[in-house]
Design a protein around this ligand. Structure first.
Ligand SMILES: Cc1ncc(COP(=O)(O)O)c(C=O)c1O
Length: 368
C-alpha cells in the first residue's frame, strides 16, 4: 500500500527520525535508563507547555486525560463551554462520570466569549470550567486568555483546557493563564504517532484531587504524580512513544516554539487565502480562526467524497468534512464543510504541493 501524505486533522505526518526512535530495543520501565528518558521528556514538555507544573504522560489518547480532569478535580459541578463535537464530548464525559453539568453553548462555527462564561459563573458552585482551545471540528480557536481572566476571579473554580489540536502549533501559555489541567494528544500539532497524551497539572488541581473520592485507578493523578517524582509511571508505559516524544520535543525546541507558532500561522494564512481565492468561505467566526486547521464552507457545492478520492489517487489523505457537523448543516439546509489541516512539521512547500494537487482536482471536477 502506497503512503498517503496526511493533511487530515490528526494523525499527521511523522518525521522519519521520530519513527526511527520508536523502533529501538525496549528497556525495563523500572530502570534508571527509563527514568532518564522519562525525566528528559517531561523536562522538554514543560518548556513546550510553558509551565513549571508537573507534566504527566499517559498511554491513552487525549480523551483519557479529558476524563481524568473530570474524575480527579470535579467535586460536584462543572461548566462545559460547547462550540463543536469535541467540546460536546467533554460535556458528555462529565455527565457520564456522574457530575452535574452546566453549559455555555454557541452555534458550531462561533467562538465562546468571556462574557458568556462570566454570566454562567455568577450562578455559583462550579468546581471547574472546561475550555476547548482549538475546536477541531469547526476550525475555531477560543479566546482562552480572555476566558482565563474571568475564571481567575473565582479562586475555587479550576480551569481545564483541551489543547489537543493546538499544543505544538499555537501558544498554550499554561502557567501565565493559570490553567490547572491542560491536556493534549500526541497525534496532532506535536507531530507524533497516536497513542499517548500529555497533561500539565497545577498544585491546586492536585490539592483538589486529595479530597475527591472515586478518582478511579488508571487516571488517578495522585498516583501518577507519586511515580512522576521517581521518573516513572504507576504501570507499564508506552516506552516507544516516550522515546519518540523525547526526540520530537527536542526537534520542536530546536525549531524554537515561537518559530513554530509563526510557521503554523503562515500555513493557516496560505490555506485561508487559497480557500477565499477559490470562492469558498471560512467556516470559523472571523477573528477566531485556528492556526492548525482551516474549516472551509463548501459554498461551491463540490462533491467532497469525489474530491477526497481524487486526492487519494494523487497520494494525499484529506478530510471530506466532519460527519456530525455536516449532518447538522444539511439538516439546517446549509452548505457542508471540509477541513485542511496544517499542523505538526508541515512546511509551506508541503502545503503548496497539496493545494496545487487540489487545484488540479477541482479543475477536473469543473468547479473552480
Ligand atoms: C479538540 C479535540 N479534543 C479532543 C479530541 C480527542 O482526542 P483523542 O482522539 O486523542 O482522544 C480531539 C480529537 O481529534 C480533538 O480534536
Amino acid at each position: 500500500m502506497g503512503h498517503s501524505r496526511l493533511f487530515i486533522p490528526g494523525p499527521v505526518e511523522v518525521s522519519p527520525d521520530v519513527l526511527d526512535a520508536m523502533s529501538v530495543p525496549m528497556i525495563g520501565h523500572r530502570t534508571s535508563d527509563f527514568s532518564d528518558l522519562f525525566n528528559s521528556a517531561v523536562g522538554k514538555l514543560g518548556k513546550v507547555m510553558m509551565t513549571d507544573c508537573v507534566c504527566l504522560i499517559s498511554a491513552s489518547s487525549g480523551s483519557g486525560f479529558m476524563e481524568a480532569a473530570i474524575r480527579n478535580c470535579v467535586r460536584d459541578k462543572v461548566l462545559n463551554t460547547i462550540c463543536g463535537a469535541f467540546s460536546s464530548k467533554w460535556h458528555d464525559i462529565a455527565a457520564r462520570c456522574g457530575k452535574e453539568t452546566g453549559k455555555v453553548e454557541v452555534d458550531w462555527g462561533m467562538a465562546v466569549k468571556p462574557d458568556m462564561v462570566r454570566k454562567k459563573l455568577e450562578d455559583g458552585g462550579y468546581d471547574a470550567v472546561c475550555v476547548t482551545h482549538n475546536e477541531t471540528t469547526t476550525g475555531v480557536s477560543n479566546p482562552v486568555e480572555d476566558i482565563s481572566k474571568v475564571i481567575a476571579r473565582y479562586p475555587d473554580t479550576l480551569l481545564f483546557v483541551d489543547a489537543v489540536s493546538s499544543l505544538g502549533g499555537m501558544k498554550v501559555d499554561t502557567d501565565r493563564l493559570g490553567i490547572d489541567f491542560c491536556l493534549s494528544s500526541s497525534q496532532k500539532a506535536l507531530g507524533l504517532p497516536p497513542g499517548i497524551s500529555v497533561a500539565a497539572v497545577s498544585d491546586d488541581a492536585f490539592d483538589r484531587a486529595e479530597g475527591i473520592e472515586g478518582r478511579g485507578y488508571y487516571f488517578d493523578i495522585l498516583e501518577l504524580k507519586k511515580m512522576h517524582a521517581k521518573g516513572m509511571t504507576p504501570y507499564t508505559p508506552s516506552i516507544s512513544h516516550i522515546k519518540a516524544l523525547d526526540v520530537q520535543l527536542g526537534r520542536i525546541l530546536s525549531e524554537g516554539i515561537e518559530n513554530r507558532f509563526f510557521r503554523h500561522a503562515r500555513l493557516a494564512d496560505i490555506s485561508r487565502k487559497w480557500a477565499i481565492g477559490k470562492g469558498f468561505e471560512i467556516f470559523a467566526e472571523k477573528g477566531y480562526e485556528s492556526d492548525t486547521v482551516t474549516c472551509i464552507t463548501n459554498t461551491l457545492g463540490v462533491d467532497l467524497k469525489k474530491m477526497q478520492s481524487m486526492m487519494a489517487e494523487r497520494g494525499y489523505g484529506m478530510d471530506a468534512g466532519y460527519r456530525k457537523l455536516n449532518d447538522k448543516l444539511v439538516a439546517e439546509g446549509k452548505p457542508t464543510t471540509f477541513r485542511i489541516a496544517h499542523m505538526g512539521d508541515m512546511t509551506a512547500d508541503d502545503l503548496r504541493d497539496f493545494l496545487d494537487a487540489l487545484d488540479e482536482v477541482l479543475a477536473k471536477m469543473e468547479v473552480a
